[in-house]
Design a binder for this molecule. Structure first.
Ligand code: DGL
Length: 264
């Protein structure tokens, strides 16, 4: 079978990674995709590194059994804690996602940026390395977004609880006069409308979605795995809890897709 027609496998601790999936299918509309939302085990952010590695292995193995030609770890927490291990263990190209410190550090005029991410991401070695490499001379206000992932998982982006938590988490960043807010968790792009209401206009919100899509394309091309069919891609998305949340989040995407419950 022609490997180029095989799907790109994508996983996250839940529905958040669909924010990355959207960038991927926009850039490569002919690629087939398989998406796993491990919502039953969300949030990953408070789990130990060992637990995050075990869950990442489970998701990876399912995707490989279903012929994924490349795997996108669409979760900052799983990338920063498990991707080195995954790359060593499995013979397939992996693309990961990390908070976009580099562009924020490059463009900040206030020399202060904020990072909203999970505990697991902010305490990881990989995050520390990236910060050391690109943001040594600027102030980085790190904030754990505790409680935000479960709210997005329940599609409660507009709830008073969400606003209350966001206000609390943005406060120290506003006091430090940040001009860039880095979304270091793939669930958070679903909170952009709410964040914009709470932030002054000069604060730019950035995430790594487009960069991940570009990197996915580059890696596929390097491995001669780009799908050169001119048919639109086929998309299958699975949740191991309530698949209606995925349906709600993606209801405005005008691409045919199948969204189902799956016990994985
Ligand atoms: N989307 C995951 C991330 O990017 C959320 C992690 C979690 O489940 O806590 O980190």
């Amino acid at each position: 079978m022609n490997q180029k027609n095989n799907p790109i496998g994508i996983f996250d601790s839940g529905v958040g990674g669909t924010s990355i999936w959207k960038d991927i299918i926009l850039l490569m509309p002919n690629e087939n995709t398989l998406y796993l939302a491990d919502s039953r085990n969300a949030p990953y952010g408070q789990k130990s590194k060992e637990e995050i590695i075990a869950l990442s292995e489970k998701n990876t193995e399912w995707l490989l059994e279903n012929n994924a030609k490349l795997i996108v770890v669409a979760c900052n927490t799983a990338t920063t804690n498990a991707i080195k291990h995954l790359r060593q263990k499995y013979d397939v190209p992996f693309v990961g996602i990390e908070p976009a410190i580099k562009p924020a550090a490059l463009y900040t005029k206030h020399n202060a940026v904020g990072v909203l991410a999970t505990q697991g991401t902010l305490s990881s070695e990989l995050f520390d390395e990236t910060k050391g490499k690109f943001a040594r001379d600027i102030k980085v206000v790190e904030q754990v977004g505790e409680g935000l992932v479960p709210l997005v998982e329940q599609h409660k982006m507009d709830s008073p609880k969400t606003t209350e938590l966001l206000k609390k988490y943005l406060q120290p960043m506003l006091e430090a006069h940040i001009d860039y807010l880095i979304l270091g968790c793939t669930h958070y792009p679903y909170l952009v409308t709410q964040l914009k209401k709470l932030l002054p206009d000069y604060v730019k919100i950035i995430d790594s979605g487009e960069a991940v899509a570009r990197q996915t394309k580059k890696l596929l091309s390097e491995h001669m795995l780009l799908n050169n069919s001119n048919q639109p891609g086929r998309h299958f998305l699975y949740s191991n809890t309530d698949s209606n949340i995925l349906k709600l989040l993606l209801k405005d995407i005008e691409v045919p897709m199948e969204i189902e419950y799956l016990d994985f």
